[in-house]
Design a protein around this ligand. Structure first.
Ligand code: NAG
Ligand code: NAG
Length: 353
């Protein structure tokens, strides 16, 4: 089972393409969002954050690698921040409990990623030397829509999906992310997932070449003219629109949620919708990801041009799990988000649906 994914990933990647895949431990869980709600503490919903310790209520549009002094990620030069909504389980009695994240499976001999604490895995894809332009200091973007509650006219399943593992040890992990017709869904899985659930969130691959951000944090980036690029591990799509001509690395976040403690349907609410994002979303369509670029110097461009795979790349320094785990930021909003809760953090009952 596992070797099949290894094979399919290896088969799609050409020798010269780059697919970084590396774990990052959680740096904090907090109800702040320096991209969408800068200066607000608390912000509307809770997030789980990985990456550098410059993460704060606000983050200036500057060289984050100069502000941060440590990172929870495998690559020592990556002081970026990546964050997503948390997942919660709602019991029959109406109480909520956070679904923990667990480390991802072993691939490419990368032990770091199998020993992270919370957090998730980050991918960066480039077709090879000169194929993409790395992000500039101050760059940030958002993918997905926290308010989305239905599929709408266009499925974005190739860019945001949940995989329902069919058994323990990442069972059923055979197809590329978001490419399994049965196990990958844009909405939350309908039944219990025997091996837990995996989220994949993919970012756009074209940039306008000028703006580091935009009012909606999205319009400065775009999808290729042929549509959002599926995850192949080697391509960022063929042609970018003339408005957004610059090809940027394809970033993908991959989160493994251990839902196995919540698989007993007798504990589920009567509507059989036990899973919620911290936004109050019980559809899953509102899955989204935030990104603030923070690689030091030209480290990301070098990696994108070097033809690297996984969690080691020539000339890039890596951390041990012990070093990465020492990197922390304090919680700025002190509230309870762990254990059985009467509601989702910051949510009144009318906001939860
Ligand atoms: C984070 O933000 C708070 C409030 O704006 C500020 O007091 C603090 O110095 C900041 N911390 C860092 C490490 O920048
Ligand atoms: C709700 O149900 C859960 C799971 O069955 C239980 O652990 C928790 O204590 C209950 N909470 C309340 C307030 O009864």
């Amino acid at each position: 089972m596992h070797s099949l994914t290894l094979l399919s990933l290896a088969a799609v990647g050409h020798a010269a393409s780059t697919m970084l895949r590396f774990g990052c431990s959680q740096i904090v869980i907090d109800r702040i969002d320096p991209l969408v709600n800068p200066g607000q503490a608390p912000s509307p919903h809770l997030h789980q954050v990985v990456g550098g310790n410059a993460f704060n209520i606000s983050m200036p549009s500057t060289d984050i690698a100069e502000l941060a002094t440590c990172t929870t990620c495998n690559y020592a030069d990556d002081f970026s921040n990546y964050w997503t909504a948390n997942m919660y389980f709602k019991a029959r009695n109406g109480s909520f409990k956070r679904v923990p994240q667990v480390p991802n499976r072993l691939l490419f001999g990368d032990k770091f990623t199998t020993k992270t604490t919370g957090g998730f895995v980050v991918y960066y894809v480039s077709p090879g030397k000169g194929g993409v332009t790395a992000f500039k200091p101050g760059f940030r973007m958002l993918v997905g829509d926290a308010n989305k509650r239905a599929q709408g006219s266009k499925s974005m399943k190739s860019q945001t999906c949940f995989r329902c593992y069919s058994g323990p040890n990442f069972g059923g992990d055979n197809a590329a992310p978001c490419a399994d017709a049965k196990l990958d869904t844009e909405a939350f899985p309908k039944g219990p997932c025997l091996g837990g659930i995996r989220s994949n969130i993919l970012y756009p691959t074209c940039w306008d070449g000028k703006n580091l951000d935009s009012p909606d944090h999205k319009s400065h980036v775009a999808y290729p003219t042929a549509g959002p690029q599926t995850f192949t591990g080697s391509s960022v799509g063929t042609t970018c629109p003339t408005t957004h001509p610059v090809k940027i690395p394809q970033i993908m976040l991959e989160i493994v949620w251990d839902t196995t403690a919540f698989n007993n349907k007798a504990d589920w609410p009567a509507d059989e919708k036990p899973l919620y994002l911290s936004t109050g979303d019980n559809t899953g369509y509102g899955q989204h990801g935030d990104y603030v670029f923070g690689w030091r110097g030209d480290a990301l461009q070098r990696a994108m041009d070097a033809g690297c795979t996984g969690a080691s790349c020539s000339n890039l320094k890596v951390l041990t799990n012990e070093e990465a785990a020492k990197c922390k930021v304090p919680e700025r909003v002190n509230e309870k988000w762990e254990g059985w809760l009467d509601s989702l953090p910051g949510m009144t009952p009318d906001m939860i649906q």
